[in-house]
Design a protein around this ligand. Sequence first.
Ligand code: ADP
Length: 242
Amino acid sequence: MNSRPCLILFGPPGSGKGTQAKLLRQILGMAHISTGDMLRERVARANDDPGDELGRAVANVMQSGALVSDELVNRMVEDRIAQPDAANGFILDGYPRTVAQAELLDCVLRREHIRAVVIHLKVDYNVIIARLSGRRQCPNCGALYSLSPNSPAVSEVCDYDGSRLIVRDDDREEVVVERLKAYDLQTAPVLAFLRGAGYPCYDVQGEGRAPQAIAREIEELLHKEFASDEIERRPEGAPGQA
Ligand code: ADP
C-alpha cells in the first residue's frame, strides 16, 4: 500500500527524540514536527506582545515542567500536518504526549490514510538527568549541545551562528524531575494505547552509542515497514526541510 509515512518518536524528555528527528529529516526528507519547538516559538512571539495572555500562560506551564493543554496542542498539530512540506511524510517529536492527544492523532491518521510507526527510545532516567543538566541551547537558532558527545567546537558558543549558549529554562534539575513525573503519569500510557490501536511499535536503545548509529537502526526499521518508494533516502548532503 502506498501512503505518506508517519514516524512517531516516543520516549522520555532527553531521550534524544529531537536529535533523531533532525538526523532522519535530513536522511529521509520527511517534515519534522516538534510540539516543543512550536510551543517555544509561540512563547517567543508572546514575549514581543504584552497583550498575548495565552502565550504567557503557555510559558508558565512549560517552565513548571507540566504539559500544555491537549486542545491547544492538538489544534497546532492538525494544522501543521496539513502544511505542504508534510505531504511526503512527517516525523512527530514530542507528540502525542497524552492518551487524549493519541486519540485525536489516531482519528487524523485514519481519516487521511496515513500509516504510522512508533519508535520508543529507551534511556535510563539517571542518564537523562545527567544529559539534560549538561545541555545547552543556542537562544537564536535553537541548536542543542551537551557536554558530550555533541559539544560545540568553541565552548559555550553556537557552531552555526556564534550566539552564546544558554541553559533552557526547563532543563534545571528540579524541572526535569517534574517533566519525568509528567512522562510517567501522562505519556507512558500512550505507548499501550498506540500498540492497542494496531500501530507497529519498536523499542530502540537510546544510550551508549552515537546518535548516527541509533538513526541507522531506526532507518532499517522504517524500511521493514514502508515500501522503498514511500521513504526514499536523500543523496548524501542534500539539505533537510526546515
Ligand atoms: P522534552 O521532550 O525534552 O521534554 P520538548 O521540547 O518536547 O522537550 O517539550 C518541552 C515542554 O513543552 C514540555 O515539558 C511541555 O510543557 C510542552 N510540550 C511539548 N509537547 C507537548 C505536548 N504534545 N503536549 C503538551 N505539552 C507539550
